[in-house]
Design a protein around this ligand. Structure first.
Ligand code: UDP
Length: 328
């Protein structure tokens, strides 16, 4: 039986990865410090004898007994509001955490896949973004702690690959959504869903003409799964190239939820990228992967998930105020 360590196991992507690898017949070690993760996402796995959970912070020395075939490093705060609240942990998990896990991979002879991000491209001046684009990042801006941690993470991963011959994989994840996103993580989809369910107006930042390209979680997990098992060690974009402005997206949500909310405009947060769309030619060619789930279908499933959450969850959700995004 193959054994895999998944960090960030109680998070959005981490928990879906645990499900996938268990379904594929792996023995899964899930690790999480539960700062932004939630045990609810994986509680259904605790009864299995192919799953073990470690409550551990990967910025400290990481120990896993016995043999290990694969490591997926998905531990990190991943929303702009989280970077503002916990900037030092964001830097540490991308830098020190990655270093510890690379060391563990080397010790165990394991292959390691690192979760990178479209944020390495910053506010991109090349559109759509290809893997060859070096990016446009403000090192000292509010997003710098995440962007630079992830850029460092890619560098150290490539250094372990080149210097130690470690088997490494790097996925650059573009905006991904679906069930188990944290309602209060402040990202646009949970924010709009929460607002629609609470009967509040939808807050669009800036003029709403900035774009994003949203990928449904099942597609993202399939891309990551294929990348791990491929022999490709350079970074690869995984995302859905179907691009939309945030304003049009807000209108889609209003239609989907059948509510009569209005759109209200708030200032655009600092360094908010104006456009983002992955070029996925490499993923298509190398992994034979492309997204299958359209926004209509994916958003319906996501809305069904948010609707099932309790009233209590919904009420305790702190609404992301644009001012907290600009001023920590
Ligand atoms: N956004 C918005 N209203 C919100 C939350 C976000 O208009 O209540 C915008 C945000 O300014 C950005 C886009 O939606 O342009 C996506 O934001 P998110 O935080 O989801 O992720 P990002 O892609 O910026 O990391």
């Amino acid at each position: 039986m193959k054994r895999i360590l998944i960090t960030g196991a109680a998070g959005f992507l981490g928990s879906h990865l645990c499900d996938r690898f268990i379904a594929e017949g792996y023995y899964v070690y899930g690790m999480d410090n539960l700062i932004t993760g939630d045990l609810k996402n994986i509680e259904h796995l605790f009864k299995l004898d192919t799953f073990e959970f470690y409550h551990h912070d990967v910025t400290k020395f990481v120990h896993v007994p016995g043999k290990l075939d694969y490591i997926l490093h998905f531990a990190s705060p991943a929303s702009p509001i989280d970077y503002l609240k916990i900037p030092i942990q964001t830097l540490k998990v991308g830098a020190l955490g990655t270093h510890n896990l690379l060391g563990l991979a080397k010790d165990k002879g394991a292959r390691i896949l690192i979760a990178s991000t479209s944020e390495v491209y910053g506010d991109p001046q090349v559109h759509p973004q290809t893997e060859e684009y070096y990016g446009n990042v403000n090192t000292i801006g509010p997003r710098g702690v995440y962007d630079e941690a992830k850029r460092f993470q890619e560098s150290i991963t490539m250094a372990y690959h080149r210097f130690h011959g470690l088997e490494t994989r790097i996925v650059r994840i573009f905006n991904t959504y679906g069930p188990r996103m944290r309602l209060n993580d402040g990202r646009v989809i949970p924010a709009f869903m929460g607002q629609a369910l609470r009967g509040e107006d939808l807050t669009v930042f800036g003029d709403g003409l900035q774009t994003r390209s949203f990928c449904y979680v099942d597609d993202q997990i399939e891309g990551i799964y294929r990348l791990l098992l491929s022999d490709y060690s350079l970074p690869i974009n995984i995302g859905n190239p179907h691009e939309i402005t945030i304003k049009d997206f807000a209108e889609e949500i209003i239609k989907l939820t059948g509510t009569d909310q209005k759109i209200i405009y708030k200032p655009l947060p600092k360094d908010d990228p104006l456009q983002r769309q992955p070029d996925i030619s490499k993923a298509k060619e190398i992994l034979g992967w492309e997204p299958k789930v359209g926004r209509e279908e994916g958003m319906k499933k996501t809305y069904d998930y948010f609707r099932m959450l309790s009233k209590e969850d919904l009420e305790k959700t702190e609404h992301r105020d644009f001012t907290t995004r600009n001023k920590p």
